[in-house]
Design a protein around this ligand. Sequence first.
Ligand SMILES: Nc1ncnc2c1ncn2[C@@H]1O[C@H](COP(=O)(O)OP(=O)(O)OP(=O)(O)O)[C@@H](O)[C@H]1O
Ligand SMILES: [Mg+2]
Length: 367
Amino acid sequence: MVLDRLTFIGLRNLSHVELRPSAGINVIVGANGSGKTSLLEGIHLLGMGRSFRTSQVKHAIAHDAATLTLHARLRGDPPIPLGIRRQREGSEMEMRMAGERVSRISQLVEALPLQLINPDAFRLLEGSPSHRREFLDWGVFHVKHDFLTIWKHVRRALKHRNALLRHGRMDERSLAVWEGEFAHWSEQLDTLRAAYFEAFLPIFDETLNELLPQASLSLRYTRGWDRQRDLNDILRMSRDSDRQMGFTQQGPQRADLKLRVGKRPAIEVLSRGQQKLIVSAMKLAQGRLLEQRTSRTCVYLIDDLPAELDAHHRQVFCRWLEQMRCQVFITSVDPETLQQSWQPDTSVSMFHVKHGKVDTLKEFTTE
Ligand SMILES: Nc1ncnc2c1ncn2[C@@H]1O[C@H](COP(=O)(O)OP(=O)(O)OP(=O)(O)O)[C@@H](O)[C@H]1O
Ligand SMILES: [Mg+2]
């Protein structure tokens, strides 16, 4: 997907920004505190309905503004306008797509597949399993249309079972009903996740092999309950211990991706830079798989790439981006650092952010 017009008003220090990005590589340069990350945050808000910097969108509203308004146009025939608006007062975020009011964030997510790679990216490995489930489910959501329905059924049944567990006296009959429901939809969710993971793994291995050739890494999907056992049986047998804990201990809500170097968890062994390369490979692989499966490309938001990547790895990473032919927004404090990273005939659009204003510098090929 390609965004060909952006208008951001009242976003952090960017009072009014109009941008005409190219369909390929867009480099955003500027000093510390100039507004580069805020620009990416605006695109992320449009595509994901949330920020990657704050859990409360209202914190992204410029201090002196009452409203945050973000507009973009998705290239297509016809083009699709996207927009969100958030007032400082009130709690609602208004979302619009193709001239219509949109009520679910998933509609924005579906229209604009985004991948973010930023200095926090290593958290995907280090953080809680929920980060990795979110990563996996992003992929499943974009390639399998029934994912969302199945996932909602799972969540609903889980909520009911957990509520019953916390109830003083266990209502065994109701429990059995919700356990049946939960097990049924959980199996379906696992089937989708496992199939996606199977397709993802070889693409990830191939991508990683160029970024980190000598790593003897293994990535595995675990579904959240014993591989040999039926979930319904597990739930029945674990009622007492689940009740003591106050929640359901096994099921797809505990699924994870396990990354190991030999027998040890990867985060115990790898350097921060290596972790960043692995996460980059995971995110690049997801974009490649999305394109293979749906012929849609995702938009990459890459914040502060040079941090922790040496010149060689930066170059390999950039080569992947070039090959994928997707739209990229990439920030850097220093324009020189990235200039060396592109192939000679790659066309790169450059934007300069200064004191909350954005200037188009030039469109150039690195030749
Ligand atoms: N709600 C807000 N209203 C106005 N300005 C804000 C708000 N939130 C943050 N800022 C300011 O916006 C500026 C831009 O921040 P941003 O993180 O986008 O900069 P950056 O160019 O990415 O910097 P760096 O190179 O250090 O990462 C900062 O000076 C910050 O203090
Ligand atoms: Mg920044």
